[in-house]
Design a protein around this ligand. Structure first.
Ligand SMILES: NC(=O)c1ccc[n+]([C@@H]2O[C@H](COP(=O)([O-])OP(=O)(O)OC[C@H]3O[C@@H](n4cnc5c(N)ncnc54)[C@H](O)[C@@H]3O)[C@@H](O)[C@H]2O)c1
Length: 257
């Protein structure tokens, strides 16, 4: 029988991020919003980076000491400035979560050049921009955890909501995360990636699609944002100190490989 609260936070999570300074991109909406709140609830000081004008208001709702920064992750300069200001204010950086970006549909034959560039820029370049901006602060103190949001689309070639350009961007994030993991391990920085399947984030227009996906998922339900956020919590925390370069599936068994 399905649990009434499959995304409920188990007591085990406690204060896993006590005193940690964390940036969450895409943190004002969807899975990022739930992750930012979970991180704050487990002791982190959170900087919410998002293009949404509601970012500051959401960050303020997390409590005192958190930051809301309106930033477009496709801009290299904006990312660098926002990270530098956050590191200066927080006095360092312990973890970075990159989630910013929207899911775009579209077949390869129909995609415009603009749609392709926009999606690659938002997901792949945005992840690169943020990681590159954050790495010096982590390397300087000899530790840090970066967790990059990929997708089941990047592993199996789309097939849910995202088109070919989205699948390519998410596959690119896996390559980027693995390469960064090799490059930064000796400096004490870990880099891992998360690949969710179909996740419910409360958007009405995708509910019908989710109902369709559910019958194809071995667990017979879509996931919750909390269930994804808890994996980010695990990877950002000291529960995963010997993990780097890993790709973690959060998909109810939809893609087993
Ligand atoms: N929801 C799913 O089923 C699912 C599955 C696999 C992967 N993902 C990935 O998870 C991440 C979050 O997805 P979601 O469903 O929560 O999406 P969402 O649309 O609810 O949230 C995305 C957030 O990113 C922000 N954003 C968009 N473009 C940005 C930019 N250029 N700069 C800064 N912020 C920007 C938005 O304002 C929004 O707050 C995405 O990377 C998505 O590809 C989602």
């Amino acid at each position: 029988m399905e649990s009434e609260n499959p995304g409920g936070l188990p007591p085990l999570a406690g204060r896993l991020l006590e005193g940690r300074r964390v940036i969450v991109t895409g943190g004002a909406g969807g899975i990022g919003r739930v992750t930012a709140r979970l991180f704050a609830d487990t002791g982190a000081r959170v900087a919410v980076f998002d293009i949404s004008p509601a970012t500051a208001e959401f960050a303020a709702s997390l409590g005192a000491g958190h930051r809301g920064v309106v930033v477009d992750v496709t801009s290299t300069l904006a990312c660098q400035t926002a990270v530098d200001e956050t590191v200066a204010e927080f006095g360092g950086l312990d973890a970075l979560v990159t989630m910013a970006g929207l899911v775009h549909p579209g077949g390869v034959g129909d995609l415009t050049e603009e749609a392709f560039d926009e999606t690659i820029s938002m997901h792949l370049k945005g992840t690169f921009n943020m990681c590159r901006a954050a790495l010096p602060a982590m390397r300087a103190r000899g530790s840090g955890s970066i967790v990059c949001m990929s997708s089941i689309a990047g592993e199996r070639g789309g097939g849910l909501r995202g088109g070919a350009h989205y699948a390519a961007a998410k596959a690119g994030i896996l390559g980027l995360a693995r390469a960064m993991a090799r490059e930064t391990a000796a400096d004490g920085v870990r880099v891992n990636a998360v690949c969710p399947g179909a996740i419910h984030t409360g958007k009405r227009k995708i509910e019908d699609m989710n109902a369709m996906f559910a019958s194809q998922i071995p667990m017979r339900r879509v996931g919750t944002a909390e269930e994804v956020a808890r994996v980010f919590l695990f990877l950002a925390s000291d529960l995963s100190t010997y993990m780097t370069g890993a790709t973690i599936d959060v998909n109810g068994g939809m893609h087993i490989h």
